[in-house]
Design a binder for this molecule. Structure first.
Ligand code: GLU
Length: 471
């Protein structure tokens, strides 16, 4: 017996952004295809031409590449454009008509509404036996079986059965002859030999209709798998208005692709033990579509940030420096472009690496090293510059003007100055930290001072004193 090779597909409608939910669907399809040396087909469902733009295809390919779904991998097939099969969709519609599985309907919207209000929930079958010929303005409807049920085999949800009597005679081509999504999607899946349709739960209501179409077109339906919906912290379905959805936005904020992939894989699935941080290849090996659960998956940005922090800490020093590069140059950095010093950055990079949750935070951690003057955060200033701060800063300045310039010494010197003021080490650090960096939180102070250098440190202590005590 020959085994049919697995063929999954990812079939986004181009919208100009790549939804994190789409990324999860793509990853699950990718994992299932690669596990069995099958194929992952990318098909862009671009039939809604009014909204489609060619550059969106490029965006989809790039977003997939960012999450490791590389179009040059042997498992990758496509991209195909749905619009290129328009003739095939029309041909399938005609086939369903000529075989008697579909009929034309000239009911107007008003007529439908009027009749619907009176009795039926869906279409009432008014034109079923009228034998209307094809004509402009007539929609083509699928003749659903009167009795029996459509049993959908869903690898995640078991075998939901849909009574055929509850499925209306749905439209498969509009009055202008153009096939609708339901049909085009099935015809493409069928022609592309798709064996597993793995997609979001929002499509589950289409599935019995689509399965009827598969059967009517003479093919055995695929395996279905409907992935659980993604929700926010209020248990609401993620939406463009409320939530940040675009994968691109997460990448731009400094989430590492590996961390995103790891987190997305866990939205509805787990390896069966307590492990969460796991590289993709291992998850691919362990992933089983049957183990995906049905309950809504909480897209927890805080947890994603924690994952990201772990991934940042796991980078080699070199890789971390390279990953930070986009946040250290360009129009958004607060320092002059010639002020950035890669050696200075390299000296503090390991200190920052342990502290970041997002790569984009790096700019705020190191700006004080490259700016002529620190940017003071007013809340930090008020918090740190308590009565007595001026005298402390004055004493620290005097001590630092003469101290050996090493972190360890700078620390001991400040502890001693603090003691003279009756302050615990942490309390003595705060005004100095704000004076040199502008903020109460940041990199370890004494290592920062060592890198900043004596002259600039002393100069900043002077400037803070002047700010505190007036001219
Ligand atoms: N183009 C559809 C969507 O983006 C795909 C549906 C499917 O995966 O079958 O929702």
């Amino acid at each position: 017996m020959s085994v049919v090779p697995v063929r999954t597909r990812f079939a986004p409608s181009p919208t100009g952004m790549f939804h994190v939910g789409g990324a999860r669907s793509a990853l699950y399809n990718w994992a299932v295809a690669r596990q069995s040396a099958g194929k992952f087909v990318l098909r862009v469902e671009d039939t809604d031409t009014a909204r489609n733009r060619p550059e969106w295809m490029e965006g989809i390919i790039q977003a997939l590449a960012a999450i490791g779904i590389d179009s040059s991998d042997p498992a990758f097939e496509g991209p195909y454009l749905q619009s290129q099969s328009a003739d095939r969709h029309r041909q399938a519609a005609l086939q369903l008509y000529t075989s008697g599985r579909a009929y034309f309907c000239d009911c107007t919207r008003e007529q439908l509404t009027e009749r619907r209000e009176s009795e039926h929930l869906g279409y009432d079958g008014f034109c079923r036996e009228r034998g209307l010929e094809p004509a402009r303005g007539r929609a083509l409807r699928f003749r659903t079986p009167d009795d029996g049920e459509t049993l959908v085999v869903d690898l995640i949800r078991g075998k939901p059965a849909f009574p055929n009597s509850a499925i209306e005679d749905f439209v498969i081509a509009r009055g202008d002859g153009s096939p609708v999504f339901l049909l085009a999607n099935v015809v493409d899946d069928l022609d592309q030999g798709i064996t597993h349709v793995i997609r979001g739960e929002e499509h589950l209501s289409n599935t019995p209709k689509q399965q009827l179409l598969w059967e009517a077109l003479g093919s055995a339906p695929p395996m279905w798998a409907h992935l659980p919906v993604l929700v926010n912290d209020k248990r609401q379905k993620l939406s463009k208005r409320r939530d940040k959805l675009a994968l691109e936005d997460y990448l731009a904020e400094g989430f590492l692709p590996d961390a995103l992939v790891n987190y997305l894989m866990l939205l509805g699935w787990g390896p069966g033990d307590d492990r969460e941080i796991m590289p993709y290849p291992e998850m691919e090996r362990l992933f089983r579509i049957e183990d995906v659960n049905t309950s809504p998956a909480f897209f927890d940005v805080k947890k994603l940030s924690a994952f990201n922090g772990e991934y940042i800490r796991a980078l080699s020093e070199e890789a971390f420096v390279a990953a930070c590069a986009p946040w250290l140059a360009g129009p958004h950095v607060p320092w002059r472009s010639d002020a950035f010093d890669p050696d200075v950055f390299a000296a503090v990079a390991p200190l920052a690496q342990t502290r970041l949750a997002l790569l984009s935070e790096i700019t705020g951690y190191v700006d004080f090293l490259f700016l002529d003057e620190p940017v003071f955060d007013e809340a930090s200033w008020t918090k740190a510059m308590k009565p007595g701060a001026a005298q402390l800063l004055r004493d620290a300045r005097t001590a630092y003007a003469a101290a050996a310039w090493r972190a360890e010494t700078l620390k001991n010197v400040l502890i001693e100055v603090g003691e003279r003021h009756g302050l615990k080490p942490g309390k003595a650090q705060a005004p100095v930290r704000v004076a040199v960096s502008g903020r109460t939180v940041g990199l370890p102070l004494f290592e920062s001072l060592e890198v900043l250098g004596r002259d600039r440190t002393v100069q900043r202590l002077d400037a803070a004193l002047a700010r505190l005590t007036g001219p």
